[in-house]
Design a protein around this ligand. Structure first.
Ligand SMILES: [Zn+2]
Length: 134
């Protein structure tokens, strides 16, 4: 699994969802939201997380048992409405060569308790229009 979200970091237009994630976790810890309402990942998301998720060192803040994994879904031209799960760096490179713009949604998922949250949405743009080449 060669794909890493690192390759997308720093692009223009990055939207960070960590703040809303943090406030939801805080609400859970204060007992204002129950576990069922935050641990409701779709079975498909859980299956993908177990089989294809990118491991992290981040312990799930809801169950405090398992490390969360990351999944990256890409949306855009010619891709399915529900997005395409991207697990290989080469798939991103292939999309970049099309000249179309895509959006990569990086999701944090806990395979144990089914917690999930969008971490960030990153633009995937053609190589030619990238501001800084890596
Ligand atoms: Zn968990």
């Amino acid at each position: 699994m060669g794909f890493s979200v690192d390759m997308l970091r720093g692009d223009i237009g990055v939207v960070d969802h960590r703040l809303s994630r943090r406030s939801l976790i805080n609400e859970f810890k204060r007992g204002r939201v129950n576990r069922d309402s935050v641990c409701d990942a779709h079975p498909e998301l859980i299956r993908a997380a177990r089989n294809l998720g990118e491991p992290t060192d981040t312990k799930c803040e809801i169950c405090d048992e398992t490390n969360v994994v990351l999944l990256t879904y890409v949306f855009g031209h010619g891709l399915p409405k529900h997005g395409r799960l991207v697990t290989e760096r080469s798939e991103i490179a292939k999309l970049q060569r099309t000249g179309h713009e895509y959006a990569a949604y990086v999701v944090e998922v806990c395979p144990s308790c089914r917690w999930h949250h969008l971490l960030r949405v990153l633009p995937v743009v053609g190589r030619g229009s990238r501001r800084a080449a890596n």
